[in-house]
Design a protein around this ligand. Structure first.
Ligand code: ADP
Ligand code: MG
Length: 354
């Protein structure tokens, strides 16, 4: 079997169906574990978001791909070629990887154009043309001679992106590239960078602790906590079919309601909720706030109101004492202390056996 696979590999050359592959990658700092047994397959041209709370190992995973950190075990492949694993170790500068960090880390004494040219590592006739092309791509053609310090945070990040893209890397790695920007700017630059990445078609791994960012930019999202990857899926699949209760709560607000299941339904405080599988016995049902409709239904009290304009989030307490969140786009804002009806209105719900 090994012989057959080996022969096929030689016949077809390197496996280019995956741009980046991690197999059982474990990493530690001075013997303290930071990443455990990470498996990941990233397709060519895909944008993969690594999403997880601070300290969960996202940067360590990114650095393991870049070759800035050496895993204690497991394999890292780029474009089908082994970068690290066993006795193999390919130095970072030989991996064809571009990186953008949180603060952009531009050279303050170089102009915008010189910063981008630096990414090319050479100065010949082709350099100026390539730099102009990249500045055009990131919409900064008029800023070539400016000093980085005179640009806005968003513009600086676009220069950093142009510099990383200049040598046409096989893989682009972005580590929380928007987190130093203020909230209003973040949404805008995230859309712009998304457009640029899709235009270039470069395989991208992008680290964030922000669920919105991961969902908006990622073709798929890998959700991490405590050094482990919980689930890798499209944003839609993560939201609707989270692998576990932790993922459910991290990618959106989750009401986790304990109930008895039978015949494909859970008997909850809001009546029967259809389930997306068969099980009879105690379960925990995932109910998203927007799946709870405030009228008509089981009687409940509004105990909390947060008004957002486009919708409102209500804390709702049933007569059985269960408190849940409900989101409602109804123009009539409900008052704290008022009585409403609550019912489930959504697809068959995800559940876990208790
Ligand atoms: P994230 O990027 O998700 O915030 P990191 O990969 O930076 O997480 O860190 C994962 C874990 O490894 C954390 O517990 C962190 O404290 C630890 N760690 C990260 N870098 C170092 C380092 N250079 N030396 C020792 N521990 C580190
Ligand atoms: Mg980090």
């Amino acid at each position: 079997m090994n012989g057959f696979l080996g022969a096929r590999r030689v016949a077809n050359g390197p496996d280019t169906r995956t741009a980046v592959r991690l197999v059982g990658v474990t990493a530690a700092y001075d013997g303290v574990g930071a990443l455990h047994d990470a498996d990941l397959d990233i397709a060519p041209g895909e944008i993969l978001a690594l999403l997880g709370p601070s300290g969960c190992g996202k940067t360590t995973l990114l650095r393991s791909i870049a070759g800035l950190h050496r895993p204690s075990s497991g394999d890292v492949e780029i474009g089908g070629a082994l970068m690290s694993g066993g006795r193999t170790w390919v130095r970072p500068e030989r991996r064809s990887v571009g990186m953008v960090f949180q603060d952009g880390a531009l050279f303050p004494h170089l102009t915008v154009a010189e910063n981008v040219a630096f990414g090319l590592g050479r100065h010949d006739a082709a350099t100026a043309g390539r730099v102009a092309e990249l500045l055009e791509l990131v919409d900064l053609a008029d800023y070539a001679d400016r000093a980085p310090g005179t640009l806005s945070g968003g513009q600086q990040q676009r220069v950093a992106l142009a510099r990383a893209l200049a040598p046409s890397p096989s893989v682009l790695l972005l580590d929380e590239p928007f987190s130093a920007l203020d909230a209003a700017l973040r949404g805008q630059i995230r859309s712009e960078i998304g457009r640029i990445l899709r235009e270039v078609g470069v395989t991208t791994v992008f680290v964030t602790h922000d669920q919105d960012e991961a969902f908006v930019l990622g073709d798929r999202v890998a959700v991490m906590s405590n050094g482990r990857i919980h689930q890798v899926d499209t944003p839609d699949a993560l939201y609707r079919r989270p692998a576990d209760a932790w993922v459910a709560g991290f990618v959106g607000e989750a009401n986790l309601v304990d109930a008895e299941a039978s015949g494909g339904f859970a008997d909850t405080a809001f009546g029967a909720v259809p389930l997306d599988g068969q099980h009879d016995g105690p379960v925990t049902v995932l109910i998203r706030p927007e799946q709870l409709k405030l009228h008509p239904g089981v009687e409940a009290e509004i105990v909390d109101v947060e008004y957002y304009g486009h919708d409102a989030r209500y804390g709702v307490r049933t007569t059985t004492g269960l408190e849940v969140a409900a989101r409602d786009t109804d123009a009539d804002l409900r008052e704290r202390g008022s009585t409403v009806g609550v019912s489930y209105s959504g697809p068959p719900a995800r559940f876990w056996v208790r």
